[in-house]
Write a protein that binds this ligand. Sequence first.
Ligand SMILES: Nc1nc2c(ncn2[C@@H]2O[C@H](COP(=O)(O)OP(=O)(O)OP(=O)(O)O)[C@@H](O)[C@H]2O)c(=O)[nH]1
Length: 201
Amino acid sequence: MDDYKFLFKVVLVGNAGVGKTCLVRRFTQGLFPPGQGATIGVDFMIKTVEIDNEKIKLQIWDTAGQERFRSITQSYYRSAHALILVYDISCQPTFDCLPDWLREIEEYASSKVLRVLVGNKIDRDDREIPTRVGEDFAQRHNMYYLETSAKESDNVEKLFNQIAAELMEQARCKELPRYDDGNLQNMNRRTTSVDVTCCGN
Ligand SMILES: Nc1nc2c(ncn2[C@@H]2O[C@H](COP(=O)(O)OP(=O)(O)OP(=O)(O)O)[C@@H](O)[C@H]2O)c(=O)[nH]1
């Protein structure tokens, strides 16, 4: 029996190879897939989480980073409740492309979408983008910020659970709650609500 109270759509975007598929697989299946091939078009997975005794179903859309799939992936932005923009902390070009991704998001996503910037692969010792630089970028663009490792499972549960909690709170209160545990940094209060699919209504 599919007894969830909320259904939220979360879409991951970002350059090819930054680890979007690995983040999704880590969260939904608890594994770090070996020899992960590039995503073709769009893929999706489901996971139900429980927050404050409420079941929240997350429909997680994993988009291809490769340019040639861009027209397909753009069509998935519109219905997203949250967008996770991923870069690789050990690969400067993936960070340099963030403004291009933001332009895409602005053009194709809802203005109400919850936007989260994620610096992935923090297990690597060849970091090129300091945490502070990622945080600054997120703050300037009104995004949450979190660093993760899909490989080591660092902050992956936290990323999706915080998004679920935040969206649920927005859906309930029609505005952002006070956010004081510091888990997702650079929080800027938003006063918008999201259109939420809620099976209880
Ligand atoms: N060290 C390390 N490697 C990672 C991590 N996440 C992903 N990778 C590696 O990065 C490569 C690309 O991972 P994917 O998850 O396929 O990247 P993607 O963003 O989905 O790529 P596209 O599907 O082409 O858009 C793979 O070789 C992964 O093993 C991580 O947290 N740490």
